[in-house]
Ligand binder design. Structure first.
Ligand SMILES: Cc1cc2nc3c(=O)[nH]c(=O)nc-3n(C[C@H](O)[C@H](O)[C@H](O)COP(=O)(O)OP(=O)(O)OC[C@H]3O[C@@H](n4cnc5c(N)ncnc54)[C@H](O)[C@@H]3O)c2cc1C
Length: 412
């Protein structure tokens, strides 16, 4: 590439980075460059699959007050591209009475506070609405009509293509090695394909975040876990297509399970939230864990037996989570790098990627965002206090690793 100087550079073109590129390109056209260490659409990070859950149901107002905006942000890319990205098949949060019903109550309260519509489905009301379920009498569910799935691979591709259409440049197979600050305040991005300079840099490097930030003395305490999703070839296809069946998250005393209806060229999808071992981007492997596969099958056998079928395949993927599982969206001004903007999606951000992209573009261009992201700064206890006790599953409890504090609320 001949050009070496840009207004803005995005490091990492996964779900969040590709959306940031898109939103920046809408305002500055060719003034933005996206740099990706692998090829666009690779499967080494956290964003590439047929589907990801999207929902308005969240357990805290810090999310419910901005969640409608992520739907709007996806709609903009849908309108511009003519490609449908969000499929509102409905969403369920299911809890067990006497065990996790407090979780369902939290969701209902946080949604009610923002006038987000939902239905409360105690016991057999769940089975009345979705007869595919069995044994719902001891459960309670929150149903939201706006829940559903995002076509993740498609959303990434659309964001990148729209950005390129607006004039943005994208370089693939170009690892960023380090950042340096110039005396004029600009940042130099050192890569294997030479150096680039810019006014502001956005770091959306997922599991590699600290490798990029280390060069400017910034460290975010994140846990990377090796997660997996399993696709089942159900013989009852028509009961589990997205026109008939919602996404759901099932909160149990130990790990939370989630499932998505058929979408794309594959089967019924099931996974365990934060159930995998702690790894690094360098040590992870791509081998499915049979212990977790079996746990998924046993769970489906109990609650949704008609969905059961042969395993089509299991795909591994990385979560990169902060100790409180909340996002980091901030500049590195406390470390003297106000022109470096960072974002970590804490292992539940695909649904947010469109909005996060917009927020990051506003922070870069305007120096501030119109959205309330006050809860996601780096100076909060979970990020700045080294003794903060993690509230996530630190992975591995199902597959032989460490098992830590587990008052997690699934945030998929
Ligand atoms: C199995 C699984 C299921 C999930 N389900 C859901 C769900 O249902 N709903 C939901 O909302 N979220 C879900 N998530 C979480 C969500 O997918 C992630 O939070 C989100 O996709 C992370 O996006 P990202 O852009 O931060 O990371 P990534 O997609 O990993 O992107 C980071 C990019 O940065 C690049 N990069 C890193 N370092 C460099 C460098 N030095 N130079 C150049 N490029 C670099 C990487 O190659 C990568 O492409 C799930 C995640 C997993 C793993």
């Amino acid at each position: 590439m001949e050009r070496r100087s840009f207004e803005y550079i995005v490091i990492g073109c996964g779900g969040i980075g590709s959306a940031a590129l898109y939103w920046l390109s809408k305002r500055v056209g060719a003034g933005v460059l996206g740099i990706e260490q692998f090829e666009i659409g690779h499967s080494n990070g956290g964003s590439q699959d047929h589907s990801r859950i999207i929902r308005t149901a969240y357990h805290d107002e810090m999310y419910t007050k901005i969640v409608a905006d992520t739907y709007t942000a996806f709609e903009e890319a849908e309108k511009e591209s003519g490609v449908k990205l969000v499929h509102k098949c409905g969403g369920l949060l299911i809890a067990k009475k006497g065990e996790t019903d407090d979780v369902a109550t939290k969701y209902a309260n946080a949604m009610a506070s923002q006038d987000l519509p939902f239905e409360w489905l105690p016991g057999n009301k769940l089975k009345e609405k979705f007869p595919q379920f069995e044994h719902t009498e001891n459960h309670v569910a929150v149903y939201e009509k706006d829940g559903g799935l995002v076509d993740a691979a498609m959303a990434n591709a659309v964001h990148i293509q729209l950005a390129k259409g607006n004039g943005a440049a994208v370089i693939e197979h170009c690892p960023v090695n380090r950042l340096t600050k110039q005396t004029n305040g600009q940042t130099t991005v050192h890569t294997t394909k030479g150096n680039f300079t810019c006014k502001k840099v956005i770091v959306t490097a997922g599991a590699w975040l600290n490798q990029v930030l280390g060069s400017i003395g910034v460290h975010i305490p994140v846990y990377v876990t090796q997660e997996q999703v399993t696709y089942l070839g159900t013989p009852h296809v028509k009961d589990f297509v997205k026109e008939k069946f919602p996404i759901f998250i099932y909160h149990s005393k130990d790990h939370d399970m989630y499932a998505l209806p058929l979408h794309g060229n594959t089967g019924f999808k099931i996974g365990i939230d934060a159930g995998g071992p702690v790894v690094t981007a360098g040590t992870r492997n791509f081998t499915p864990d049979p212990v977790r596969e079996k746990k998924c099958l046993d769970f489906i056998q109990k609650i949704l037996p008609k969905a059961l079928g042969p395993i089509l395949y299991t795909k591994t993927c990385l979560y990169t989570m902060t100790p409180d599982r909340n996002f980091v969206i901030d500049t590195c001004h406390r470390q003297g790098h106000e022109n470096v903007i960072i974002c970590n999606g804490a292992g539940h951000a695909f649904k947010w990627s469109a909005l996060l992209g917009k927020i990051l573009s506003e922070m870069a261009i305007d120096g501030r965002t119109q959205y309330d992201i006050a809860a996601f700064t780096m100076d909060r206890d979970a990020i700045s206090n080294p003794n903060y006790k993690t509230t996530i599953f630190e992975g591995g409890s199902l597959s032989g690793g460490k098992d830590h504090a587990n008052d997690s609320k699934s945030k998929l």
